[in-house]
Design a protein around this ligand. Structure first.
Ligand SMILES: Nc1ncnc2c1ncn2[C@@H]1O[C@H](COP(=O)(O)OP(=O)(O)OP(=O)(O)O)[C@@H](O)[C@H]1O
Length: 500
């Protein structure tokens, strides 16, 4: 008797359903009879059915964490078995400029066959079960079956069981790893709310910032780079001392001193993805947990302007007493007001800290947490204490050394007759690197003129090269003259006492 895979799966389900019905027989049927019949059905089914199956769900049993095996299978099937598929889906990636071809993937309810080492593997992608369809669903799984996530089902002959477990599935994972290493595109994730639930959305991320462009104290920069390098290579050191492989940085300093730029430089240096977490869109601690668990390894999780989030410390100074009375032992709770102000979120500071250095921080590895603030003094000490944030990095106003770095980056010069005066004024005013950089920015006219000259220079005429030097010098003179004006104005404002 030769039955197709689908028929066997159908037969199996029928037998299992039969077993379930028997197991739900009324009380008056003899207990022993019910037990025998309900346990017999699966045995009969497995005796006759030569096929076995493995289900790979998009989320783990607890629905907390994305199942990476699901991603591995998606990638593997897309790269290996699409030829036999009739229902496909096309997606154009966000970075379609770099990758102009649509990505073709398998559609839901499509079956494909993979031949591996003489064994046939049947794969099918089942859609997420729709909610509230008004139908009765009988399931052997605990939990809300209406909410069953998407899943792949692999069916194979039972004589290939060892091949599937020992060789085939590991190969699916290896191939997935190779492909993501090859096509790696750094990604920036941000959280958003749909139907009241938070999710991550992503865009390709190619921050232009590099550490050598960052205008800041040289020794401090070297220290940060060494710190990041030893973190990246520190897997064994962390496990030796029983520490989760993660690190927390607090970047603080006035607006425009390069905090966001530094995050971009960190992502470039480490080749990590960035998760930009907007706490005001997170409903409560359990949503925060889901978002954290959906982040991948080798990533930087950023909470920007943590002081500016509308937080209300329910156990701040005045409420601490009340909290102690209700048995909280003074634990801090940050309550984040949602933007519509009608609903109070229950994201607590202790919930947040649980991911930074509590139990949950051990889930996943190679993660960096970065908090940024313009007002370090306003932060709750629970957040800033040493050990919690491994490193506090202050980004500050632009002084002469930082200015020279910016002049090199923007104007390609290392000296100029105006440097001394600019240096003096920078010491006397609090000018941000952002303001200095703005004054050194090339303008459209200058760009096109230099581009034209650069094109012509291929002809290697000495005149063109001289012209290029002349135009660059003229632009440097103009930019530095503009910067001097700005600094002189700033000095006047700085020196003028505020009016009563
Ligand atoms: N230290 C720096 N080195 C080089 N460029 C800088 C530096 N600081 C600022 N800039 C320039 O200024 C722009 C704005 O800086 P950035 O957004 O990084 O500042 P920030 O400290 O994050 O500001 P905010 O607190 O307002 O978010 C950057 O795009 C960059 O061009």
């Amino acid at each position: 008797m030769a039955l197709s895979v689908e028929k066997w799966v159908g037969f199996g389900s029928a037998m299992a359903g039969f077993g379930l019905l028997w197991s739900r027989m009324p009380e008056h049927v003899h207990e022993e009879t019910r037990y025998i019949i309900s346990s017999l059905a699966p045995m009969v089914m497995s005796y006759f059915n030569p096929y076995e199956q493995i289900t790979i769900s998009e989320y783990g049993e607890e629905r907390f964490q994305r199942n990476k095996m699901f991603d591995a299978v998606s990638t593997y099937l897309t790269s290996t078995c699409l030829d036999g598929a009739r229902k496909l889906k096309a997606e154009l990636r966000h970075n379609s400029k770099d990758d102009p071809l649509p990505r073709i993937i398998m559609d839901e309810d499509q079956e494909v066959v993979d031949n591996f080492d003489g064994a046939r593997m049947w794969w099918r992608l089942y859609p997420r079960s729709a909610k509230n369809l008004g139908r009765t669903v009988i399931s052997y799984l605990p939990g809300d079956v209406d909410d069953e996530p998407r899943r792949y089902r692999l069916v194979f002959h039972k004589r290939h069981r060892q091949l599937v477990l020992d060789t085939y599935l590991p190969r699916v994972v290896d191939q997935w790893r190779e492909l993501i290493a090859k096509n790696r595109q750094r990604t920036l994730f941000t959280n958003y709310v749909v139907d009241g639930k938070s999710n991550w959305s992503s865009v390709p991320f190619n921050p232009p910032a590099k550490f050598d462009m960052l205008a800041m104290d040289h020794a401090k920069k070297t220290e940060i780079l060494n710190d990041l390098r030893s973190f990246r290579e520190g897997k064994e050191n962390h496990s030796k001392v029983g520490k989760a492989w993660k690190r927390g940085y607090l970047l603080h300093g006035p607006p425009g001193t390069g905090k966001s730029t530094m995050i971009g430089a960190m992502a470039n240096f480490l080749d990590y993805d960035v998760y930009d977490l907007d706490l005001t869109s997170v409903k409560d601690n359990s949503e925060l947990r889901k978002l954290f668990l959906d982040t991948t390894d080798k990533s930087i999780i950023v909470i920007e302007d943590i002081d500016a989030i509308e937080v209300e410390l329910t156990t701040n100074r005045k409420d601490k007493k009340a909290a102690n009375e209700d048995g909280n032992n003074g634990k801090h709770h940050v309550v984040v007001e949602l933007s519509n102000n009608t609903e109070k979120s229950k994201v607590t500071l202790s919930g947040l800290l649980g991911f930074v250095d509590g139990l949950w921080s051990a889930c996943g590895s190679e993660r960096i947490f970065v908090f940024t603030t313009n007002h370090v003094d306003r932060l709750d000490p629970a957040l800033t204490r040493r050990g919690r944030m491994d490193s506090h990095i202050e980004l500050s106003y632009c002084r002469f050394e930082a200015f020279k770095m910016l002049a090199k980056t923007y104007l390609d010069i290392t000296e100029h007759s105006q440097f001394d005066e600019i240096g003096r004024l920078l010491e006397e005013t609090n000018t941000t690197p952002a303001e200095v950089a703005y004054n050194l920015m090339p303008f459209g006219k200058r760009d096109s003129e230099i581009d034209r000259l650069l094109d012509e220079i291929d002809g290697a005429s000495a005149d063109v090269a001289n012209n290029l030097t002349r135009v660059k010098k003229r632009d440097a003179d103009n930019c530095l003259a503009g910067l001097l004006e700005t600094l002189k104005k700033a000095k006047l404002e700085y020196a003028t006492p505020p009016m009563d």
